[in-house]
Design a protein around this ligand. Structure first.
Ligand code: RNT
Ligand code: ZN
Length: 415
């Protein structure tokens, strides 16, 4: 049908497609570096097991094994996706030079200089995450450990990460969201539930006592319901993180939509938090049974999340992706998830929000249902194509062959 005709159809509903496209171009979405190497990082033995209740499955060839390979892969992904990319780094992706190495409690901004150069050259911002997993000092607890030496090590790691986040924000001139997630918990029924939670609180307080500029660094607390090997109890539960973040002016609640019981929907939680808090952060992912990290699809819940973000204020929400699939081409997984979330955001921006609200408020529920259903089959694909064109990025049907070529020319040659 083509863009002009599609634009007319949306306009008849009171929706300005050009405005939606222009807006989406300015919305940063954080691209998680960890999809490129199965969450291994560079600061510990890459063959060690992933801990902290997360797991990658699959052994697809071509995993990035060095900073250079990971950067090349991120560049490839950036070339395949429309929109405003931001990079999301974990502390375990520190880049050491000349045989130097620093443990996590001793990390310094300079260990991320190469990443700053990478982001600056591409004009993008960078978010950051302390890494409280896959390390010998996980006992297996970290910030909630009863062992004071362990707890202190991880607090020092968190404080080092605040300094690194401040450095990233200052160097790149863009705010840095620093997300705190630790997989602390128990496989089986604990005898003491409050002790670890009290220690977790003390650790968070100590980390956030590190001075930082609140207009540049945005610390977050990410909750989880359970993880692999920690099925019975998670220290940083939903209630814990919600209470912690809402109780302070320097911490934001981060919702990962893979971290709830399967019938709980993050799309319904966004407005509850934004009733009280100015800001919210999201990890957009896809839960499947026990796994919380499948590649994001253009599915009902992803669209519903995006619609809520748009309706509540897209500028109030820090958006990040969080999935890792090692069973398919990693670049394709990465790009598909990013594109799908862009699609969902564009879909959200193309809703006739005022009219739908009016129908709800005047009790027009029959028409509301019909309209919401008919919106699903509007010529959305033509607007999406135009958005990709406007961003100078490949359309659906064009980007996957580029992935295949990269696999043939680059990934398949890796050892
Ligand atoms: C794990 C959390 C967390 C991690 C990343 C690697 O369940 O979602 O956000 O995925 O920090
Ligand atoms: Zn997450």
């Amino acid at each position: 049908m083509g863009f002009d005709e599609a634009r007319r159809k949306y306009s008849a509903l009171g929706v300005d497609a050009d405005r939606a496209i222009e807006k989406l171009k300015t919305v940063p979405v954080s691209l998680h570096c960890w999809q490129g190497d199965d969450v291994r990082g560079f600061d510990t033995d890459p063959e060690k097991a992933l801990t902290g209740g997360i797991q990658t499955t699959g052994n697809y060839p071509g995993r990035a094994g060095s900073p250079q390979e990971l950067m090349a892969d991120i560049d490839k992904v950036i070339s395949l996706v429309p929109g405003q990319v931001k990079l999301n780094l974990h502390a375990s992706y520190a880049i050491f030079e000349d045989g130097e190495w620093a443990d996590r409690d001793k990390l310094e901004p300079r260990h991320f200089k190469k990443w700053v150069d990478f982001c600056r050259d591409r004009g993008i911002g960078c978010d950051f995450n302390p890494t409280f997993f896959s390390h010998p000092k996980c006992d297996p607890l970290t910030l909630s450990s009863p062992c004071e030496e362990t707890r202190r090590f991880w607090v020092d790691h968190g404080r080092a990460c605040i300094r690194i986040s401040q450095y990233l924000a200052e160097e790149l001139g863009k705010p840095c969201v620093m997300n705190i997630w630790a997989g602390d918990g128990y496989k089986d029924v604990p005898a003491d539930r409050i002790g670890p939670r009290l220690r977790y609180k003390r650790s968070f307080d100590e980390i956030l006592s590190e001075p930082f500029d609140k207009t540049k660094v945005y610390p977050c607390a990410e909750s989880k319901v359970f993880g692999i090997g920690v099925e019975s109890y998670t220290v940083g539960s939903a209630e814990w993180c919600l209470k912690y973040a809402s109780g302070r002016d320097d911490c934001i609640c981060l919702l990962d939509n893979g971290h709830y019981h399967p019938t709980e929907l993050v799309s319904d939680k966004i407005s509850s938090i934004l009733t009280y808090d100015e800001k919210l952060a999201l990890h957009v992912t896809r839960g499947v049974r026990w796994d919380s990290d499948h590649v994001v699809l253009f599915d009902d819940e992803t669209r519903e999340i995006a619609k809520e973000v748009v309706r509540c204020g897209i500028d109030r929400v820090f958006l990040a992706l969080d999935y890792f699939d090692a069973s398919i081409n990693r670049i394709s997984a990465w790009a598909a998830g990013f594109r799908n979330f862009q699609k969902a955001l564009l879909f959200g921006l193309l809703q006739p929000v005022e009219e739908l609200k009016r129908l709800q408020d005047c009790g027009g529920f029959s028409k509301l249902m019909v309209m919401q259903e008919e919106l699903k089959t509007m010529p959305f694909g033509d607007i999406w194509d135009e958005y990709c064109r406007a961003c100078g990025k490949p359309l659906d049907g064009e980007w996957y062959p580029l992935c295949e070529a990269y696999e043939r020319d680059v990934l398949s040659k890796r050892g």
